[in-house]
Design a protein around this ligand. Structure first.
Ligand code: NAP
Length: 283
């Protein structure tokens, strides 16, 4: 079993040391501006978790909260303010925003240098072209887990189930960057089971509890479960964990697998962003 909590704890400790070094060098700790619009309960919890984790590693909490009724121009103006504030190293607009707002258009206004979620069109384009840039946190977390458990990626068959801009697509490009042979599956894929069963590395990012069973898994494969599904039995992944463990070489649990990695990678992205801004300032 892959222990995401342990890997995430190691990364957070490493980030804390990097924050100390950066702060000593520059005289100012990195700052993370989480932006929450409205009162969505799940988003409120996610943002609170991100703020707590940032504080623990010494990143300054520059959280901003706007009311449910905030207009598109008001949110855009706040992002613009954060874009030009040197105390802000990273900006995270918590999605989804209230229905009256265009979340994608707002995300696109974040300057790429502060795009610690890696979700702006510029960051996505840089990833696709293999150019340097900030990468999305959950896909980074998946790669980090695979690396932590010494899973070979070069030349292997990797299958990613799910093609969202948040997880499936960026993860596929990260795996490609690491020289895996990548297949992307989605809701129209024919014979999903047969495609998945070819994978040395299988990643499920769908949002359907237990979709991936033992027959989807090649013996010895590394299986990474990104899915988070709230069921009557509690939190479940996209992978039928009990069925798959007997067949897989490695498998992530839910909770305790990919979940803790997302925030750890956000913290690391914030430090990377702060370092890049610092270096640019010195030049
Ligand atoms: P999403 O935007 O809803 O995308 C789901 C993807 O799954 C789509 O590409 C969809 O295909 C595909 N799909 C749906 N049913 C399928 C099926 N039966 N067979 C094959 N593919 C199917 O979801 P997301 O934002 O990527 O998130 C996916 C899951 O990961 C969710 O459970 C989410 O909660 C979780 N998540 C976890 C973390 C974390 O930190 N652990 C972070 C982000 C997301 P089409 O494109 O054809 O519709």
């Amino acid at each position: 079993m892959i222990d995401g909590r342990a890997v995430a704890a190691r990364i957070r400790a490493q980030v804390a040391r990097e924050v100390t070094t950066l702060t000593e060098r520059t005289g100012r700790p990195p700052g993370l501006a989480t932006i929450l619009v409205g009162e969505d309960p799940a988003s409120t919890i996610y943002v609170a978790n991100k703020r707590n984790a940032s504080g623990e590693v010494g990143i300054t909490d520059l959280h901003r909260h706007l009311p449910d009724q905030a207009r598109q121009e008001e949110v855009a103006a706040l992002i613009e303010e954060c874009n030009s504030d040197p105390a802000v190293s990273g900006i995270l607009l918590q999605l989804p925003v209230p229905e009256a707002l265009d979340g994608a258009a707002l995300t696109a206004t974040i300057v790429p240098e502060k795009d610690v979620d890696g979700l702006t069109p510029v960051s996505a384009g840089r990833l696709m072209q293999g150019a340097p840039g900030l990468r999305p946190c959950t896909p980074l977390g998946v790669i980090e887990l695979l690396d932590s458990y010494d899973v070979e990626l070069e030349g292997t068959q990797a299958v990613v189930v799910g093609r969202s801009n948040l997880v499936g697509k960026p993860l596929s490009f990260l795996l490609l960057e690491r020289n895996a042979t990548v297949t992307i599956c989605h809701s129209r894929t024919r014979d999903l089971e047969a495609v998945c069963a070819r994978a040395d590395v299988l990643v499920a990012a769908v949002g359907t509890a237990g979709l991936i069973g033992a027959d989807h898994v090649k013996p010895g494969a590394a299986v990474i479960d990104v899915g988070i599904n709230r069921t009557e039995e509690g939190l479940r992944g996209d992978v039928d964990f009990d069925a798959v463990t007997a067949r897989a070489g490695l498998v992530t649990p839910v909770p305790g697998g990919v979940g803790p990695m997302t925030i750890a990678m956000l913290l690391r992205n914030t430090v990377i962003a702060a370092s890049m801004q610092q270096e640019r300032g010195e030049r």
